[in-house]
Design a protein around this ligand. Structure first.
Ligand SMILES: Nc1ncnc2c1ncn2[C@@H]1O[C@H](COP(=O)(O)OP(=O)(O)OP(=O)(O)O)[C@@H](O)[C@H]1O
Length: 494
């Protein structure tokens, strides 16, 4: 009882001592302590309020600046040539679902309603192949109806900037049924623009790391590249986080689909058509390597990147993308390394890249075209899984005629076959400096007298194919440094 009395007395004592302290005067302006504390608290609160207001004002002014920048068109106006159409602010929920979109049949075999039967294509080819061969081989008209050869950048510019809304309308809201396919860079949609022209819209994946400025610089560089054997970039979209590339639509699928997609007794790809595709591809690559400054190394030459029009003109796609998307995103790592089976040994082992790596990949592609076999095919017997090894062995053993795709009905002449086989072997030379340039390859494939330079060849020349298959390192006949003028257009890279 007395303990509790003591403790309550102590409590009362401490309370009265605190209140005494609070009411006692301090040296600061002779104010009482509670007044000083109240002033300090108010000061702290005022400081916080001030900081908060500063940050808020700063944010608002930055947002306003960005809005002004966007509406004045500084994002799309990459060059004088690019015309802003319209910018519609819209959440891109339709675009976001791209990853889940199922790849429609078109990806592995042409869409039924769009696919032409081999007969259609061959009929068309028969009607038009002659003209093309007579020197009008400047490529078919593109989707906008213009001829590639007549493209004059100073008149029409390389392309334009598209608003998200416009591309959404063109692809019916990025609808599943408009998906052409999906690659490592993103989903590709078929679209019809308001003027009726058909385009392919590539909705780039994971572009968060891609700075707008860097993106537009690279896109501009790709967009200026025009050649009848390269898929033309006709514009792009960069709104918010969205990055899309708009290409001319190439309406006859890709080479992979035609070589491996639809197994039938006779391939619609005759020997002549195959060589035409190979030469067109070589011309496109020659332009990238030799017609531009700085040159462009494709890095991913393979059959699915060779698109075809109805006249079997080859159009190389995806050039420039490795550079465009390669710097930031980790998903691109495998892309930078190219595609398994096509990658040159030195690039695979050292990562050192030059146009020789594309030449190697082209050599593998040419083997694929000749044989109808995939570069790596695990369904084949052990000794045949790797196309390059099998091919070299066959040629070295004088069994070159046996490598031709059995689906080709009319066999090539021995001369034509030997020419193609020799080009393959030279392209895959282990010594990168001994590989021919793409321009030389064009001439080798086109030249009737290659590799038969004289009527009376020496025995050594006769055996050149076999020796190439074993050494794969031979002299390339003298060729002009560049492809012919009609094949390689003037550089417009910068
Ligand atoms: N301009 C185009 N016109 C018509 N079809 C196209 C066009 N560009 C791409 N495609 C088609 O879209 C599909 C996906 O192409 P994409 O280039 O994105 O991937 P890929 O070449 O199949 O694979 P990867 O990304 O590994 O190179 C392919 O079937 C291709 O034929």
């Amino acid at each position: 009882m007395s303990d509790s009395g003591n403790s309550s007395g102590e409590n009362q004592g401490s309370v009265s001592s605190i209140s005494h302290k609070l009411t006692s005067k301090t040296p600061f302006l002779s104010l009482k302590l509670y007044a000083v504390i109240a002033i300090l608290v108010l000061c702290v609160l005022a400081t916080f309020l001030l900081i908060f207001l500063c940050v808020r004002t700063n944010r608002i002014s930055r947002k306003r600046k960005m809005r002004v920048k966007h509406s004045s068109g500084s994002i799309p106006l990459v060059t004088k040539d690019i015309v802003e159409i319209k910018a519609a602010d819209r959440p891109a929920e339709n675009c976001v679902k791209k990853k889940e979109v199922k790849i429609v049949e078109h990806n592995k075999g042409l869409k039924k309603e769009e696919a032409h039967t081999p007969r259609d294509v061959i009929d068309e080819e028969e009607k038009e192949f002659g003209d093309v061969e007579k020197g009008k081989s400047s490529g078919g008209s593109d989707v906008s109806g213009r001829s590639d050869a007549s493209v004059e950048p100073q008149n029409i510019g390389w392309g334009r900037w598209y608003g998200l809304r416009e591309l959404e309308m063109a692809t019916r809201g990025f609808a599943d049924e408009n998906v052409i396919g999906e690659g490592g860079y993103g989903v590709v949609y078929k679209g019809v623009l308001q003027d009726g022209s058909v385009v392919a819209v590539k909705n780039l994946l994971n572009n968060k790391g891609q700075a707008e400025k860097e993106f537009k610089v690279e896109v501009e560089a790709i967009g200026k590249v025009r050649h009848k054997n390269l898929v033309g970039l006709i514009g792009y979209c960069a709104e918010g986080a969205q990055r899309m590339l708009v290409y001319e639509y190439i309406d006859n699928g890709n080479l992979e689909q035609w070589l491996h997609g639809d197994v039938r007794p006779v391939s619609p790809l005759t020997w002549d058509i195959r060589m035409r595709i190979a030469i067109g591809t070589a011309k496109g690559l020659a332009y990238l390597h030799e017609g531009l400054e700085p040159k462009v190394v494709h890095r991913d030459v393979k059959s699915s990147n060779i698109l075809l029009d109805r006249k079997w003109n080859a159009k190389v796609s995806d050039f420039g993308l490795a550079k465009l998307l390669g710097s930031e995103a980790s998903y691109v790592t495998t892309r930078v390394m190219g595609t398994f089976g096509y990658v040159s040994p030195e690039y695979a082992s050292t990562g050192m890249l030059n146009e020789g790596s594309d030449v190697y990949s082209f050599g593998v592609l040419l083997m694929e075209i000749i044989t109808g076999r995939s570069p790596i095919d695990y369904s084949r017997p052990a000794g045949e899984m790797n196309l390059v090894d099998w091919f070299k062995g066959m040629v070295a053993n004088r069994r070159g005629e046996e490598v031709v795709d059995p689906l080709i009905e009319v066999q090539p002449s021995p001369r034509a076959l030997k020419r193609a086989l020799l080009v393959c072997l030279r392209c895959i030379d282990m010594d990168v400096v001994k590989r021919p340039k793409m321009g030389q390859i064009v001439h080798m494939l086109e030249a009737d007298d290659f590799p038969f330079r004289t009527e009376h060849r020496s025995a050594k020349d006769k055996d050149s194919l076999q020796s190439n298959a074993t050494t794969v390192s031979t002299r390339v006949p003298n060729q002009p440094k560049q492809s012919r003028e009609d094949d390689v257009e003037r550089p417009r890279w910068r």
